[in-house]
Design a binder for this molecule. Sequence first.
Ligand code: GLU
Length: 471
Amino acid sequence: MSSNSYSFFNDVNSYVDKAAKFTKHPPGLIEQIKQCNCVLHVSFPLRVKKGKFEVIEAYRVHHSHHKAPVKGGIRYSMMVNEDEVKALAALMSYKCALVNVPFGGAKGGVKIDPSKYTVEQLERITRRFTSELIKRNSIGPAVDVPAPDYGTGPREMAWIADTYMAFNAGQINALGCVTGKPLSQHGIRGRTEATGRGVYFGIRETVDGYEDMQKLGLYPGLEDKRVIIQGFGNVGYYAALNLQQNGATIIGIAEYDGVIFNPDGIDVQAVHQHRIDTGSILQCEGCKTIKNGHDLLEYECDILVPAALENQITRTNAPKIKAKIIAEAANGPITAEAENILLKRGVFIIPDLYLNAGGVTVSYFEWLKNISRVSFGKINKRYNELNNEMMVSAIEDASDTNLTYKQRTQLIKGAGEIELVDSGLEGVMVNAFREISEIKKERNVGDLRTAAFVNSLEKIAVSYLELGVFP
Ligand code: GLU
């Protein structure tokens, strides 16, 4: 297939077909699961100057209504088109099923380069797109709950929430119409870093697997792993930071304008600060800068983390990749054709639908917080601390020992929102990894992506079968 006729949605469906062979479902059910249930394409005008207008194109796709609400981010990028949004919406269904988050899959996209617009214009675009969704009953806490994605963040989510609330005064759960909001707008602690942190948990679980590491000729654990990251946005930055804080060495980071490299290790926090100061990761002290060096993906390393966009590892560069593990922090960075090449070459792929599911997992926590209108830990934190205090004192009395101040404080501390969100996220990522590893082993599936799709298909199929839609 030439790169012109590349279809991301076809690639996702080819993974479903491959996985379906390991399941036993009635004919037609897999076909029903694969289709997008609803595709919305809107265009609206934006006044850019006095008398000058632009037409903005935007999409929202509901892939699967087997659960409500549907959930998925909204991206702002010039690459947005119907095929891309359909593929990303489908991935959301499989992702949510995999991590047992009770949503159907959706995705949205606005075809703009956000760097070309002023903040005021971006706000108008966001509010107008939200009102297009409201008009069609395509947003709401029980219907469809957007979130940040490539090119969007808490600021855009705040505009979406505010627009929705203006049209739905008095709706008590209105704040649950979108997640990834700023904290002041009833967002949740830990959401911004959630996807990157989930990526770290997923990689940690993988590299802790003795058998898989042995096959790759690697030692278990993160300590001796050399990592290359493509994309230093929200996901790439937090993934790199967490990996580095837990022992890995980040040797290269690629961005759209070039690459930085240091075989002895890059200080991720310093690069982040350098970008805040200069607007680019390039020329960061202590690193070699290679302008437009787009072949970083092909450098020698243990773990390659594509954390930017889809269609980055294709049949052209797949034979040249030297990484032993590819960790898909982005959605769809490896094409299906490239995957075949990589699997044959023995590369271990940690698939997107598992690895970047941390974002939607913490979005789920935020949605729960919004519809229950209480933050996690608020009611029970102090009660737990008093209980812990009594227990620690009783143990001290009974054993006639005195703990140090530090030990006492650590044992007594109750969990607040960030502790609950983070441990909840870790639990979800660890559990999902166990589920897919088990499927891979027991059904002799071969690769982790297929195992992940088998897991999701089984869960979505149950929803349809128990509805009686299929006999
Ligand atoms: N855009 C993120 C993703 O691709 C998060 C979606 C969400 O939180 O709903 O998973």
